[in-house]
Design a protein around this ligand. Structure first.
Ligand code: SG5
Ligand code: ZN
Length: 261
């Protein structure tokens, strides 16, 4: 379903508006976050992650990123607190990254990119019956964004990088049970928050973004394993390396970014 889109010259972010006019809408993501322009909001509580009985099922290459999917038929893995009025269920997480370590994140901070960005996608199962319904509602989704910076090896990212070779091609899927993404988060969850959109088509304006200020550290070697994935299917003749799968920052259009501290 939908129209083919990607991150190349012909099908990348600069042409998404042709098939998805909301690309030029009033609450698009990502954005450049300018820390001194964010307003501290003392009413913003801490983010609470309840991922304890962890429900990961599988890891997949969807032709745009590598995605870890979760069982989401009940509230075993939820995010709450912060700007959210009720718990939101974890659906999946995925990454965006560059071809070089100098870019790759979707959000930028004062114009600076990180090497990669992790997105934990949650939906409002209190108000909506399905993920699909939530994905089109203004308060339907909550995405937690985590920056990745290069440095030392990350102790827990190996669980993912070690299985990436099994999902090299678009459409490949591998069992991935019992992984708790809490191990991928930095120790401080201070954040910025604003109202935005999915960063990929269909670009629905349905996301409460929660972007964590502190990055996690991963090694160049670990990031290199993501770049061995390909956008293309196993049956296709050409192999296009999966990298630079990020959308650049979009106009703020008067939105306010709030800060938790
Ligand atoms: C939706 O938007 C999509 C994701 C997509 C993000 O959440 O969800 C669905 O279509 C239903 C599962 O696509 C998938 O999860 C396909 C399995 O994520 C991607 O395509 C990976 C880049 C985009 O989410 S984001 O705004 O957090 N980047
Ligand atoms: Zn994403």
């Amino acid at each position: 379903t939908g129209n083919p889109w990607g991150y190349g010259k012909q099908d990348g972010p600069s042409v998404w508006h042709k098939n998805y006019p909301v690309a030029e809408g009033d609450r698009q993501s990502p954005i450049d976050i300018v820390p001194h322009q964010a307003s501290h909001d003392p009413s913003l509580g801490p983010i609470v992650l309840n991922y304890d009985k962890c429900t990961s099922i599988k890891i997949a290459n969807n032709g745009h990123s590598v995605v870890v999917e979760f069982e989401d038929s009940d509230d075993r893995s939820v995010i709450q607190g912060g700007p959210l009025g009720n718990p939101y269920r974890l659906k999946q997480f995925h990454f965006h990254w560059g071809g070089k370590d100098c870019h790759g994140s979707e959000h930028t901070v004062a114009g600076n990119s990180y090497a990669s960005e992790l997105h934990l996608v949650h939906w409002n199962a209190v108000k909506y019956k399905t993920f699909g319904e939530a994905a089109t509602a203004p308060d339907g989704l909550a995405v937690l964004g985590i920056f990745l910076e290069t440095g030392d090896d990350h102790r827990w990212l190996h669980a993912i990088t070690d299985v990436l070779y099994t999902v090299k091609f678009k459409g490949s899927v591998t069992d991935f049970k019992g992984f708790n993404p809490k191990c991928l988060l930095p120790s401080s969850l201070h954040y910025w928050t604003y109202l935005g959109s999915l960063t990929t088509p269909p670009l629905h304006e349905s996301v409460t973004w929660i972007v964590v200020k502190d990055p996690i550290i991963v090694s160049e070697k670990q990031l290199g394993k993501f770049r061995m994935l390909v956008f293309t299917g196993e049956e296709e003749d050409q192999r296009i390396r999966m990298e630079n799968n990020f959308r650049p920052p979009q106009p703020l259009k008067g939105r306010k970014v709030r800060s938790s501290n």
